[in-house]
Design a binder for this molecule. Structure first.
Ligand code: HEC
Ligand code: HEC
Ligand code: HEC
Ligand code: HEC
Ligand code: HEC
Ligand code: HEC
Ligand code: HEC
Length: 468
């Protein structure tokens, strides 16, 4: 079979010419509508995390400032988060619409913010699960082309691979059909977005963006989950839950997401699936999932599983997570991956693994630098990170601080300037620069930053200190 490996992405619209029925059905599903440009937002007035907000048209207003509302993430099946765009840089807004409670509230992670913050960078990984043909600008943390992605939501080609060759000669070049792949590659198609784990660590020199339908996910990244006890795993996403079910354990590769979900129509085939394997099951006339895949009621976070995919005998209570030991769920957990995963979770065990990591590539050196108590040694590590990745924002900011402490202000200033190109809302870089620049330049710098983040107390204080 000839797979369309050298092909490029062309977009779902072109598939429509020949697959109109699939296209029209799929266009109505939550996955197809998971992101896009905001056309309008209903007017609202509410309080979230102690701050008052008002929405009129496509503007979010709050005490001390306002922001346009430019893009959305989430079809509204569970909720919708909004993004703002400034000079191509994308930031997540602090408020989210929660469909289940039909109310606005703080975006996940913003619940405890003392001040309204508009500067959380939207990194490519977020868009890669919710949009298609994403266009990150190299050397930046959160800048994108205009538009930032060429297709809203999850496109056909995310599950079928790039289609240029197939579209020009369907008989000669076939698309990837997940159902015809071996189990590992088939499952990867859904897992690329539906598997989160406690941490997912890209392999040396690989990025999630390179994954194509038909690939093995473990070639791109290692996924870790927490081991709580001898047998218990703390699992969060649908993929891990299903993997832990008695059905999956016993039935093996036969059972996968596609057994119960028809992705083109979002049809739920669960009842026929249960009966297909449990021919002599009790309560044949009742909906099996009601008792065996119960839904949790309160869902506050975006990414909480609502329907219990561990298919329990009865609703069993989950053990409370405590001290976590990471174990690989997908891929092999070598020292490098484990070290990076622990570091991501802020776990002290990171260092021992990082010190043994092979290869010691820049992500490893960056984590080691952050953990390094000796300033001079940390600086050396940051320098070596920047040789491989000249736009690593943490290295730029922290190496700058180190050099400034040694009185090397010109070099420090250059590093901070470069940091602000990767993301103009790095507050530390702004505040640091303001201290070493002339009062006139500092004023310009702080005012520009306050346009991005109007209520920053630190920036306001720094500006006030400069006087008129
Ligand atoms: C010019 C018409 C045409 C266009 C455009 C087109 N297809 Fe197809 N597609 C076909 C035909 C014809 C077949 C059946 C080929 C066969 O069975 O030999 C097919 C088969 C498929 C299959 C089944 C493959 C299999 O082996 O089971 C998939 C999946 C598919 N197309 C996806 C797409 C996607 C996604 C796009 C857009 C990127 C697309 N097609 C664009 C004509 C087209
Ligand atoms: C490119 C990322 C991506 C891929 C690939 C993907 N999904 Fe999704 N899926 C999502 C996102 C994002 C949502 C949430 C959509 C929303 O409501 O905004 C979602 C939602 C869903 C839902 C819930 C729909 C509802 O009614 O709320 C199901 C079921 C689902 N996906 C199944 C699958 C299956 C099965 C596969 C593999 C064949 C798959 N997905 C592949 C990203 C993906
Ligand atoms: C690894 C892939 C992945 C990443 C990264 C990711 N999401 Fe999701 N997101 C999903 C999937 C899959 C769903 C739907 C199913 C679920 O709840 O797991 C979802 C659901 C959502 C929903 C609810 C959508 C709805 O209406 O059902 C929102 C809102 C959301 N995500 C926002 C975000 C934002 C904002 C980011 C980045 C800051 C982000 N997500 C990062 C995969 C991802
Ligand atoms: C979330 C993943 C996903 C997305 C998005 C998706 N498909 Fe599919 N598609 C599948 C899976 C899984 C199968 C295999 C279904 C089966 O045989 O059980 C499939 C099968 C097909 C087939 C062959 C069999 C059939 O059902 O006709 C065609 C053609 C096809 N898809 C076209 C498309 C087109 C066109 C789009 C976009 C409009 C699209 N798909 C979007 C997952 C997806
Ligand atoms: C692909 C086949 C398959 C599908 C689909 C499937 N199961 Fe199972 N299930 C099994 C097998 C095999 C076992 C283990 C042997 C047994 O207990 O019958 C099992 C076990 C179970 C158990 C016992 C769990 C335990 O902890 O002992 C329950 C309950 C169950 N299934 C319910 C369901 C329900 C409800 C559905 C639909 C939502 C479903 N299954 C779908 C194959 C399947
Ligand atoms: C045994 C059947 C079954 C299998 C297998 C299955 N699901 Fe589901 N899934 C369900 C049911 C039932 C629901 C709830 C549907 C509803 O209430 O409308 C659901 C809901 C969902 C949702 C919506 C959010 C939620 O939690 O309610 C997502 C996303 C989802 N499934 C993803 C997946 C993915 C990814 C896989 C593969 C790892 C998978 N499912 C495998 C039966 C299944
Ligand atoms: C009203 C709730 C309810 C419904 C609906 C329901 N079940 Fe059950 N089921 C249970 C309970 C409770 C048990 C555990 C009984 C026990 O442990 O003795 C169970 C046990 C099972 C078992 C394990 C049996 C065994 O002997 O190990 C299977 C398999 C199963 N159910 C399948 C199904 C299927 C398939 C459906 C849908 C046709 C279904 N159930 C509908 C409540 C329900």
């Amino acid at each position: 079979m000839l797979l369309a490996a050298a092909a490029v992405f062309i977009g779902s619209q072109l598939c429509r010419h020949c697959h109109a029925e699939v296209f029209d059905a799929y266009a109505r599903t939550p996955m197809a509508r998971s992101s896009g440009r905001v056309e309008s937002v209903p007017a609202a007035q509410f309080t979230a995390a102690g701050h008052r907000y008002q929405i009129t048209d496509r503007t979010l207003q709050f005490d001390g400032g306002s922001s346009s509302i430019d893009y959305f993430i989430g079809s509204n099946a569970a909720g919708r988060t909004y993004l703002r765009e400034r000079d191509g840089y994308l930031f997540e807004l602090p408020v989210t619409w929660y469909a289940q409670k039909q109310a606005w509230d703080a975006s996940p992670g913003y619940e405890k913010d003392g001040e309204v913050r508009l500067t959380r960078a939207v990194e490519p990984s977020c868009l890669q699960c919710h949009a298609s043909r994403v266009r990150p600008v190299r050397g930046t943390q959160n800048r994108y082309g205009d538009p930032p992605f060429l297709e809203n939501g999850v496109s056909c080609e995310r599950c079928h691979g790039p289609g240029s060759e197939h579209a020009s000669d369907p008989a000669k070049s076939r698309m990837v059909n997940p159902a015809k792949l071996d189990a590992e590659r088939r499952d990867a198609v859904c897992s690329q977005c539906h598997l989160t784990g406690e941490a997912r660590i890209e392999r040396t020199g690989r990025t999630f963006a390179e994954y194509r339908a038909g690939d093995r996910l473990s070639d791109v990244a290692t996924y870790f989950v927490s081991k709580l006890g001898r047998r218990d795993l703390k699992v969060t996403s649908h993929v891990e839950k299903l993997a832990g079910s008695a059905c999956k354990t016993a039935a093996g590769d036969k059972l996968w997401c596609g057994t119960c979900h028809e992705p083109h129509t979002n049809t739920d085939k669960t009842q026929q699936a249960c009966l297909g394997c449990h021919a002599v099951a009790h309560r044949q006339q009742e909906r099996c999932a009601t008792c065996h895949m119960p839904r949790t009621r309160a869902v506050d976070a975006n990414h909480g599983v609502m329907t219990d995919h561990s298919i329990p005998r009865t609703g069993r209570g989950g053990a409370a997570p405590d001290l976590k030991t990471l174990v690989p769920f997908l891929g092999t957990g070598d020292d490098r991956a484990l070290g990076l995963a622990y570091a991501e979770l802020g776990d002290r065990r990171a260092k021992e693994f990082l010190l043994r990591a092979e290869p010691r590539d820049w992500p490893v050196r960056l984590r080691l630098a952050v953990l390094e108590p000796d300033a001079a040694r940390a600086a050396q590590l940051y320098e070596s990170v920047l040789r491989d990745n000249p736009f690593e924002p943490v290295a730029l900011v922290n190496l700058g601080t180190h050099l400034a402490r040694l009185g090397r202000y010109t070099e420090a200033g250059q590093l901070w300037d470069r940091a602000l190109l990767t993301n103009p809302a790095l507050e530390e870089a702004v505040l640091n620069l303001a201290q070493i620049r002339s009062p006139k330049d500092a004023r310009v710098l702080l005012s520009r930053y306050l346009e991005l983040n109007p209520v920053s107390r630190k920036a306001r204080a720094a500006l006030a200190k400069l006087g008129q």
